[in-house]
Design a protein around this ligand. Structure first.
Ligand code: EPZ
Length: 429
């Protein structure tokens, strides 16, 4: 089993380059299934969600060739629908984009239910609503989601009941090669939706309005291969911004799109940090003290829910009482128990985290409860003098490319170690 050991209390200083965006790379990788040809994808992060996705595509007949550490050739000429491996698909959430891609390419799809971070119920009713609107007949039996049709998805108008990133992307992918025009209303507006639309348009699709709440997709009969670079990871960037402030450091974060970080920058400035923006970088300098603040997570361009746990870790060090209202997921609070182990005065009241900040935390053995919960306890450990051990770190590897190496570049005393599993120890005794 692997653990991360942090000797905290050292301010982070220096420069770090951000990797490609996991949540943009995933829909784009699965959207390659629409293309009977080769796509070259650049700025792909080296994380396990991507590794699993390439394994899933290879399993249905795609040919994946690694050109360099962040560049891949994906050839989906010979893929077949309904062949993805159930146990691989359930490892991640993003595998559900295979539904839209198979439906768009073949007029049918069969994929196991997705997995993903455990935030309570993570429904897919809006995805199903969209597939049915496109003429699909959807069934969910035996752990699989199946879509059948009379041959091809047919364009239509869809009004989503909630702003859903996944559903917006899945339906946009399916509609790209549907017969006729599809209009998605109450669409999510995240940058990764724009990125996937740009990728599809580079392959010959006719999508307009991505980034607004109305997206128009004029179906085309075929898409061709292309070369496309994925946008930088705004959540990885935000995580480093918070770590710089929490450790009273100063870090230049490069390969970012500052506009994507605006809500995070604004909130960190409220805590007293100084943020300087450059064309493709931000410079984050901690203020004298960390000031309390209140946060409400919202769909883009609001404050991202994927930055909520990291902000909690920061606000544990802010004088006074801070609040974080989580409006997107009903139970994204499992990380709170881990911060409590480090002495944080933090509690959950309904859907609001209440933090009595100011007192220093103390090191303690903690776990990554999920991807962003893992980074939250890492940020808390970096800001806390002494040795903190973090277990269950595979969850962090799902979404962060070489996080320990990048933090060591900034002066952090952090290592990943392998220790015998409990049952191996039992066997040994
Ligand atoms: C994506 O999840 C991201 N995952 C999540 O990031 C992110 O937190 C989330 O978008 C919101 O930004 C990936 O991109 C792989 P949603 P997704 O559909 O698509 C409700 C991370 O840490 N909803 O926008 O599952 C849902 O319950 C991960 O990188 C329905 O009701 O999120 C939630 O309350 C964690 N019905 C809200 O919408 C549906 O059919 C937003 O969910 C779909 C969603």
């Amino acid at each position: 089993m692997e653990k991360i050991i942090v000797n905290g209390g050292t301010p982070l200083f220096g420069q770090v380059e951000i990797s490609g965006f996991k949540n943009a790379a995933l829909p784009i990788i699965y959207a390659c299934v629409l293309v009977k040809g080769k796509c070259i994808l650049e700025n792909i992060p080296a994380i396990s969600d991507i590794t699993y996705s390439f394994e899933i595509l290879s399993g249905i007949g795609a040919k994946i060739r690694m050109i360099d550490k962040t560049t891949y050739e994906v050839d989906c000429t010979d893929v077949e629908p309904g062949k993805s491996e159930y146990d691989l698909v359930r490892k991640i959430r993003g595998s559900y984009y295979l539904l839209g891609a198979e439906f768009g390419r073949f007029g049918k799809a069969r994929v196991g239910f997705p997995g993903g971070c455990n935030f309570g119920v993570r429904p897919i009713d809006q995805h199903i609503k969209g597939f049915e609107a496109l003429g699909g007949r959807v069934s969910t039996e035996g752990g699989y989601i199946e879509i059948e049709s009379d041959g091809r998805a047919v364009g239509t108008n869809i009004f989503f009941d909630v702003s859903s990133v996944g559903a917006t992307l899945n339906i946009m992918i399916a509609a790209a090669t549907a017969e006729g025009t599809t209009i998605i209303e109450n669409a999510a507006r995240e940058p990764h939706i724009v990125d996937c639309a740009n990728f599809l348009n580079t392959c010959g699709a006719r999508i307009s309005g991505a980034g607004s709440d109305v997206i128009k997709i004029k179906g085309v009969s075929e898409l061709h291969g292309c070369t496309y670079a994925v946008i930088p990871d705004m959540i990885e960037a935000g995580s480093f911004m918070v770590a710089a402030v929490a450790t009273h450091g100063a870090v230049k974060i490069t390969n970012v799109i500052p506009k994507h970080l605006e809500s995070i920058s604004a909130k960190l400035e409220e805590t007293g940090a100084i943020i300087e923006e450059f064309d493709d970088a931000v410079m984050v300098t901690a203020g004298e003290k960390i000031r309390r603040t209140s946060v409400k997570t919202l769909p883009y361009p609001g404050f991202p829910t994927d930055m909520h746990p990291q902000m909690s870790a920061l606000l544990c060090h802010a004088e006074g009482t801070s609040y974080i209202n989580e409006s997107i997921f009903e139970n994204r609070f499992r990380y709170v128990e881990e911060l409590k182990r480090m002495g944080a005065k933090i509690k959950v009241d309904g859907r609001t985290v209440v933090i009595e900040g100011g007192a220093p935390l103390t090191p303690a053995p903690v776990i990554a409860t999920d991807l962003r919960g893992g980074i939250a306890v890492m940020i808390a450990a970096l800001a806390t003098p002494g040795k903190t051990e973090i277990s269950e770190i595979k969850l962090i590897d799902r979404g962060y490319d070489d996080i320990c190496g990048k933090l060591r570049q900034l002066g952090a005393d952090i290592v990943k170690v392998t220790v015998p599993d409990e049952d191996e120890e039992l066997k040994a005794n």
